[in-house]
Ligand binder design. Structure first.
Ligand code: GUN
Ligand code: ZN
Length: 432
């Protein structure tokens, strides 16, 4: 068992941020040997139960839940910062040619290590990630994540049309490969599989139908795709599937809307789309740095709340510009000013943080499992240094409440704040 004494951030079930300036976190293995939170709360209240247990005291630090990245592309690690007029030329000119390299298992394995290093350096301990259309890319990422005991969900991209040689797959084979990968990886250690049609325009109706059939046969497997990101993309999807009510409706028509279905972007929605998300239990992965970089638009947080569908934050690297959850939360704050009604304020810092931890976990169907530090949660946590830079040290020392402290970290923070990332008591980070 390990007992830590430090400031401690966690969340109540209703999303309220809980903060103990002098906190206690106790962590120990369950019957299966997986490290879990045994206790979390005020030092004064909990310490008597742990008398005699050695305590790791971390003065001046904050223990916080590992971040959850709801949508990221591991093969786009090196695509970050590729400029284009918008989504479709960006895919054609940079992304597809780069992803073609992942047919090479050795290359995929090397990038998988770099990708996981980046997640951990930035404090991300759970990710829902796209691989490429090559099954070896899934094996590479699953294998690398398994080695570090990371909770990771990924899948082979399905794209059997409107895609260049090198990334285009074949309908039948793509579905056989998907099922084989589900059987190989889903539920192994902390790994999960996601059925991954890239987006409706690059799949034939037959491929989407097959994906929907697999989704029905494997109900606890995730589904991930993109929707309503960019106006040219939407026009294209509508032309290809004129019988569907909307772009989102295409996925519904093929049985791809259900719990554990995660749609990236969801920007250009109407209220019927929002209601469909809510009714089916599908959720949105919101990627503000990507949407700003590619000029895609602004996610309507108020609209999502009004209709009531689940959503959380994501980097969307490499359309997104950073692996850092701090950068993503700050971009979400900027974007949240669009469409906000109350006093011009955007999302609160507590809510931003929740959307990237416990809220994102809840959206993924992993509430109470990751993204929080309540008893029973898997013990993935961060040691944050609120004085990691001179300016942060000044600013956080002047914070008079939790909102001010979290805002200072969101606005001024990045990977330098993440002193350690702890997974199953293994400690990662250059400052570990
Ligand atoms: N739509 C289809 N593929 C992609 C992708 O790789 N990134 C983003 N941002 N949108 C997509
Ligand atoms: Zn994406």
């Amino acid at each position: 068992m390990h007992v830590y004494r430090s400031a401690l951030l966690r969340f109540a079930d209703d999303g309220t941020a809980l903060y103990d300036e002098d906190g206690l976190l106790a962590v120990g293995p369950d019957a299966a040997g997986r490290q879990r939170v045994l206790a979390a709360g005020a030092w004064r209240a909990l310490a008597p139960q742990y008398a005699g247990v050695p305590v790791q005291h971390l003065p001046g630090r904050i223990l916080a839940p590992g971040f959850v990245d709801m949508h990221v592309h591991f093969p786009q690690t090196d695509v970050i910062g590729s400029p284009a007029e918008g989504l479709l030329p960006w895919l054609e000119n940079y992304t597809f040619p780069h992803e073609a390299r992942f047919t090479d298992a050795a290359y995929a394995q090397q990038v998988a290590q770099v990708f996981i290093d980046e997640l951990l350096r930035n404090g991300v301990t759970t990710a829902l990630a796209f691989a490429t259309s090559h099954p070896v890319s899934v094996d590479a990422l699953m294998g690398a994540a398994q080695q570090r005991q990371l909770r990771l969900v990924t899948g082979k991209v399905l794209q059997d049309r409107h895609s260049p040689d090198g990334v285009r797959d074949r309908t039948e084979e793509s579905l056989v490969d998907t099922e084989a990968l589900i059987r190989r990886w889903h539920g192994v250690d902390r790994l999960g599989y996601a059925i991954t049609p890239r987006f409706a325009p690059t799949s034939t109706p037959e491929q989407l139908r097959g994906a929907g059939e697999l989704a029905a046969r494997y109900p606890d497997v995730w589904i991930q795709s993109h929707v309503a990101e960019n106006r040219d993309e939407i026009r294209w999807a509508r032309e290809l599937f004129p019988g569907s009510r909307s772009y989102l409706g295409v996925y519904d028509d093929f049985g791809l809307m259900r719990e554990r279905a995660v749609y990236a972007h969801c920007i250009h929605f109407d209220d019927e789309d929002r209601a469909l998300m809510r009714a089916t239990g599908a959720v949105a992965a919101v990627s503000p740095t990507s949407n700003l970089f590619l000029g895609s638009g602004f996610f309507d947080y108020a609209g999502a709340d009004r209709v009531g569908f689940g959503h959380g934050l994501a980097s969307d690297v490499g359309g997104g510009t950073s692996f850092s959850p701090f950068h993503t939360m700050l971009a979400a704050y900027y974007v949240g000013r669009e469409g906000q009604t109350k006093q011009g304020l955007s999302l609160s810092p507590e809510r931003l943080w929740w959307l990237h931890t416990a809220g994102a976990a809840q959206a993924l169907g992993l509430g109470g499992v990751v993204g929080n530090l309540q008893p029973g949660c898997e013990a993935d946590f961060l040691v944050l240094n609120p004085a990691a830079t001179p300016l942060l040290a000044r600013k956080t020392s002047q914070a008079s409440n939790l909102a001010e402290l979290l805002f200072a970290l969101i606005v001024l923070g990045d990977d330098r704040v993440v002193e350690q990332t702890v997974i199953s008591q293994a400690k990662y980070g250059s400052r570990a």
